[in-house]
Design a protein around this ligand. Structure first.
Ligand code: GSH
Length: 209
């Protein structure tokens, strides 16, 4: 294998942040867009837990957590973006995103899988939790790396995108102007466009951004 191989899924926010870290870091990699219902045997052999993203390095080492993949990518060539995410406040935001916010997002997005009558409660808890903290940070600085972007922006915005997508008009009407602007900037960025490039399913391809 001459390039690392990323098992990925286009709409997965964890896979999005891994793809963006690889792209920003200028790493040439191959990609395999999986079907969640029919995961490839080679991926399950490398990473039996069966979640994407999974990055198989040319050494054979397997990175099977999105934050691990981001860290590896940035360490190869764009370290300041990783360092910027290591501040206590950014670490706290990432932990909140991956923890309580992700749970609230799922309960808001998929009410049929949880308690439908509690949907709005979870939505509002997400606003009072991660989103208001983000708003405070982003009202002061355009990015989570202060004046420049960092890995924390990439780690978090794909999840805020999903949250907004549940009811865009509702999200855009909330008093979260800095967060709304930050999200729109990322959604319109060339990096996000490259990361969302459509790939054929169940094929090993060269990812060219
Ligand atoms: N902690 C993992 C979470 C990854 C994850 O949950 N990915 C979802 C897709 S968004 C997945 O692969 N789920 C497996 C499935 O739905 O079968 C990471 O950060 O990489």
């Amino acid at each position: 294998m001459t390039r690392p191989l990323l098992y990925t899924y286009r709409r997965c926010p964890y896979a999005m942040r891994a793809r963006m870290a690889l792209i920003v870091s200028g790493i040439a990699f191959d990609a395999y867009e999986i079907s969640l219902r029919d995961k490839p045997a080679a991926m399950l052999a490398a990473s039996p837990k069966g979640t994407v993203p999974v990055l198989v390095l040319t050494s054979g080492e397997v990175l099977e957590e999105s934050l691990q993949i981001m860290r590896w990518a940035f360490e190869q060539g764009f370290e300041p973006w990783w360092v910027g995410a290591q501040t206590p406040s950014n670490q706290a935001l990432i932990a909140l995103n991956d923890g309580a916010f992700k749970q609230q997002l799922d309960r808001y997005k998929y009410p049929e899988r949880y308690v439908a009558s509690e949907r709005e409660m979870h939505r509002d808890q997400a606003v009072r939790g991660l989103l208001q903290k983000l708003e405070q940070r982003l009202a002061a600085d355009a990015y989570l790396g202060d004046a420049t972007a960092c890995a924390a922006d990439l780690a978090i915005f794909p999840f805020v995108r999903q949250f907004r997508a549940v009811d865009e008009a509702w999200f855009d009407a909330q008093a979260l102007p800095a967060t709304q602007k930050w999200l729109q900037n990322w959604l319109q960025s060339e990096l996000f466009e490259q990361c969302m490039k459509k790939l054929p399913t169940n094929q090993h391809v060269i990812f060219s951004s």
